[in-house]
Design a protein around this ligand. Sequence first.
Ligand code: URA
Length: 437
Amino acid sequence: MLKMHDIITKKQDGRELDEEEIAFFVKGVTDGSIPDYQISALLMAIWFRGMTEEETITLTEYLADSGETNELPSVKGKKVDKHSTGGVGDKVSLIVGPMVAAANKGIYVPKMAGRGLGFTGGTLDKLESCAGVNTEISATEFEKIVADLGFCIAGQSKRLAPADAVLSALRDVTCTHNSIPLIAASVMSKKLASGSECIVLDVKCGSGGFCKTVRDATELARLMVRIGARENRKTIAIITDMSSPLGSAVGNSVELIEAIRVLEGKGDEQLTELCITVAANMLYIANAGNYEECVSLVEETLYDGSALDKLAELVERLGGDKRYIYDTNLFEESNVTAMLVADKSGYITKIDAMEVGKAASVLGAGRDVMGEQIDNTAGIILNKRIGDRIEEGEALATLQAKNLERAQLGMEYLFKAVTIGDTKPEERKIIIKTIGA
Ligand code: URA
């Protein structure tokens, strides 16, 4: 008879777990028969000892099978899923879902998203900052919206890969989140369970992502692409820079507003470039044309306003007021607005993504524990990017908060996140490399 004690010891010794052991572990995680402390002990052993590719694939398959799958039978067309490994200022899903749907090539985007925790934001919180929007909808409603609009962004069904939800929550509090096999199994199990034939992964690399180096991000990307291939899912992984926040807004309503600007064709250059790349790859992988044609298709949706209309339609179907999408002045204003100014002249050499994420969180945009109420209006708008010239006393960023105490604390964090130097740094590319398909 298998015992968790023996499985933990085996992994502590650096040995490979077999299928029976992994199946026993995932079953016990799902039905609650293995206590959190033993699950955590195995996670820590995996964090130290790693997993072979075979072990990771087996773990992924059992996690994916731990609940229901989301086949969406009424959706008659190719389904493409997109997943980011998480970062600061990452509002890409809010932009690429509408773009791919608006391209109108019979390709569907059923996007199940999450909430923010710690220094990273969550797509659902950003979308819900629009008055009336509720992303906690039934599986039936989700499927209907995907079929009608070509896409939907909503909360992940609790029945989809439930064992991953348990592992992810424990990884968060036991500092075992940044293990390459555990990230790969977590991401890919959800993608397998979500039933899409094609998967585009945005693997973030830098201080605001789980992978801090290009080497780690490449290893993770390759592993996930190989898992996709083994499971007959066409998978592309794009490694993208997360050493500084994506775009200029970090928070909830500020990020939704920034997403709207991109959909209006007036967005931040690097953010727009990334969204076009991700959306074009989503179409390309689903055989909508050659890559250049796919780029033109998605660019067109920004210029003709069709992608913006798609977002407005989604907001309406989720119970929200779509006028906000066309008039961002309607978004609620924060109680307090503060300005961080430069204490010296020079070039912006660093805007540390993780530190900016922490600053946004203390302003009220993030959560320390699951379920905590967040402040939709709290956040940061950066006026400068890395490489920009700044003069002493010039505004570096605007901070929004509910009260002065939070604004003051956010200011202290943000001040530490930004470095001003004498030499203009080299320009950093947003797309580092693409792997797969
Ligand atoms: N995203 C996930 O879904 N899981 C991880 O472990 C990391 C990023």
